[in-house]
Write a protein that binds this ligand. Structure first.
Ligand SMILES: Cc1ncc(COP(=O)(O)O)c(C=O)c1O
Length: 374
């Protein structure tokens, strides 16, 4: 028996349940990336890197930020990000996953409570596994449920700080959090509101500052702006009061015990911030694409989310993967999403609208749906 027999058996179980994941090549028209503004391949970002190389900026940081890995490019990016988003400070992480995990595992303390939306991203769950605080999930986007969960915890004797964790635009459903009401709930309960802007940054808000732009800079608000989606780069900026980013530098294990991301990427992200600020034309084009897609794909069952993420829920895993395979065979890169990424029974095609696709592409995709989903 192989030493890896338990792993092989688990993979077989995933296979039998139509849940085994495989890496497949990038082919077909893009309806699956998060490159919403088509910046990932934009020459301006390549030029930013080339220009940084010419200035002598190294590819590798050479160490943790707390050792020799800290580079002027990292600090320049963070200063610019804080100015851009309107927070007191910003801290750049290698990925949004590590950033969310660090926020949730490091900031809430023993005796605190983290109340989080049921559909929150896996990276927050990573932090929830590690936190010493108590945790409770509440039904998706149910503001009263957040308030009730806090009240119930207080009634049970909870005396610590409350942390509310949400996404501003949900990654698999494309709908928005009721941020103003959640902020009011946070204020009323002396709580901190942690807002993951991963899918909103660059796409929504003035200058692409996100859906939480009006709350940015508040004393009890922390935002996360990932750089690998509409910004076309990688990494994530935590925007928060200086005491929070300072605490993450001192206590955030994913930040401390990890090699700093490439200073060249920091230069690219800094350029991406400037590009998204001036990208009203791209946002208008994407908005028009969304309206077109709602018209063309809505009748096939795609949910009208009002954003660039349109789920078409098929329910069953096997059916979802069969449909995804057929759509891919027709030349469209639409991916099937299964549990545990989404709740059981809600497997779906996640149609992601980006400027890598045109209105004609969307119309052609609708024609394929006509056959595949019949
Ligand atoms: C809502 C949300 N938060 C965080 C992340 C993680 O960000 P990153 O891809 O930079 O690790 C993702 C990525 O899929 C996401 O969708």
């Amino acid at each position: 028996m192989s030493v890896f027999e338990p792993l092989a058996s688990d993979l077989q179980r995933l296979d039998a349940a139509s849940r085994r994941r495989r890496l497949i090549p990038r082919t077909g028209t893009d309806f699956s990336s998060n490159d919403y503004l088509a910046l990932a391949g934009d020459p301006a970002l390549a030029e930013a890197v080339a220009e940084a190389v010419a200035r002598g900026v190294p590819a590798g940081s050479g160490g943790s930020r707390l050792l020799r890995g800290n580079h002027a490019e990292h600090e320049a990016l963070e200063a610019e990000a804080a100015r851009f988003f309107g927070s007191e400070s910003a801290l750049w992480f290698a990925t949004g996953y590590t950033a969310n995990s660090a926020i949730i595992s490091t900031l809430p303390q023993r005796g605190d409570l983290v109340v989080y939306d049921d559909l929150i991203h896996a990276s927050v769950h990573e932090g929830l596994r590690l936190t010493r605080a108590e945790t409770v999930a509440v039904p998706h986007n149910d503001v009263d449920a957040f308030a009730d969960a806090i009240a119930a915890w207080r009634a049970r004797g909870g005396t610590g700080r409350v942390w509310i964790a949400v996404e501003s635009l949900y990654s698999m459903d494309g709908d928005r959090a009721p941020l103003a009401d959640l902020a009011a709930t946070a204020d009323a309960n002396d709580a901190v509101l942690v807002i993951d802007e991963a899918h909103a940054t660059g796409v929504f808000g003035a200058g692409g500052r996100g859906l939480a732009a009006a709350l940015e800079g508040r004393e009890n608000v922390i935002t996360l702006h990932t750089c690998g989606k509409a910004m076309g780069c990688e990494g994530a900026l935590v925007c928060a009061p200086a005491v929070v980013t300072d605490f993450l530098v001192n206590r955030g294990r994913g930040f401390i015990f990890s090699t700093a991301p490439s200073p060249l990427m920091a230069a690219a992200v800094r350029t991406a911030l400037r590009i998204i600020e001036d990208a009203d034309d791209r946002r208008a084009k994407l908005a028009a694409l969304i309206v077109h897609a709602e018209r063309m794909l809505g009748s096939h069952g795609a949910l009208i989310s009002g954003s660039q993420v349109m789920p078409l829920i098929l329910g069953e895993d096997a059916r979802t993967m069969r449909a995804a395979g057929a759509v891919q065979a027709a030349g469209f890169d639409v991916r099937g999403i299964r549990p545990p990424t989404v709740p059981a029974g809600t497997s779906r095609l996640r149609i992601s609208l980006t400027l890598n696709a045109t209105e004609d592409d969307v119309s052609a995709l609708a024609a394929v749906f006509q056959d595949v989903l019949a």
